[in-house]
Design a protein around this ligand. Structure first.
Ligand code: PRP
Ligand code: HPA
Length: 194
């Protein structure tokens, strides 16, 4: 285990078993439909790569880069598009692939934006779901694991752009981000300040 990791929360084997199951569900639900998997860069890259191969249907892949965390463990509260997807989505069933839903701000922003582009349908699949930290409510159609309110890294998830290449999801030792100047559990107070 990496020295900055306090505990492995979800092992490589658990990740792959869950992704196989999600792939089977999505394969059933989207049979005969024009499916576009829309991955959010950068965090969802390992997940979308494995999930796409677990879905046994013709599908398209595209990506958007949306960022709000910068180098902090706390959302800045401001979501911005760093890279948009290519092409229109009016003739497509869009499934957004996320690595994690935490405050919900990223997905709220993204679903709002994409709905205005009139896809045939718009659903969300997130590997991880931190349900007690939600500031914006967003319906999640498929998710892998519900996790506690701890800052996690690995399998695409980063702290200050590092740890994305760990093959498991681990809880980061708080000492690693001790100089992260903003206090913990700040989601609620940020919402109240808006
Ligand atoms: O529910 P939220 O509180 O909005 O958090 C979830 C988002 O935060 C992370 O992205 P980040 O902005 O860190 O960009 P990254 O994927 O490039 O790491 C993660 O990949 C999600 O997209
Ligand atoms: O717990 C997390 N880890 C990494 N990135 C994140 N983005 C939102 N929550 C998290």
């Amino acid at each position: 285990m990496h020295q900055d990791i306090e505990e492995i929360l979800i092992s490589e084997d658990q990740l792959q078993a869950k992704i196989k199951h999600l792939g089977e569900q999505i394969t059933q639900d989207y049979d005969g439909k024009n499916l576009l998997l829309l991955g959010t860069l950068k965090g969802a890259v390992p997940f979308i790569a494995d999930l796409a191969r677990a879905i046994h249907l013709p599908l398209e892949l595209d990506y958007m880069a949306v960022a709000s965390y910068g180098n902090s463990t706390q959302s800045s509260g401001i979501v911005r598009i760093v890279k948009d997807m290519e092409g229109p989505i009016e003739q497509k069933h869009v499934l957004i692939i996320e690595d994690i839903i935490d405050s919900g701000r990223t997905l709220h922003y993204l679903t709002d934006l994409l709905r205005r582009r009139n896809p045939l349908s718009l659903k969300v699949c997130s590997l991880l779901n931190k349900e007690h930290t939600r500031v914006q409510n967003v319906p999640v159609d498929y998710y892998g694991f519900t996790i506690p309110d701890k800052f996690v890294v690995g399998y695409g998830l980063d702290y200050a752009q590092l740890y994305r290449n760990l093959p498991y999801i681990g809880i980061l030792k708080p000492s690693v981000y001790a100089d992260d100047s903003k206090p913990q559990n700040q989601h609620q107070s940020m919402a109240e300040n808006q």
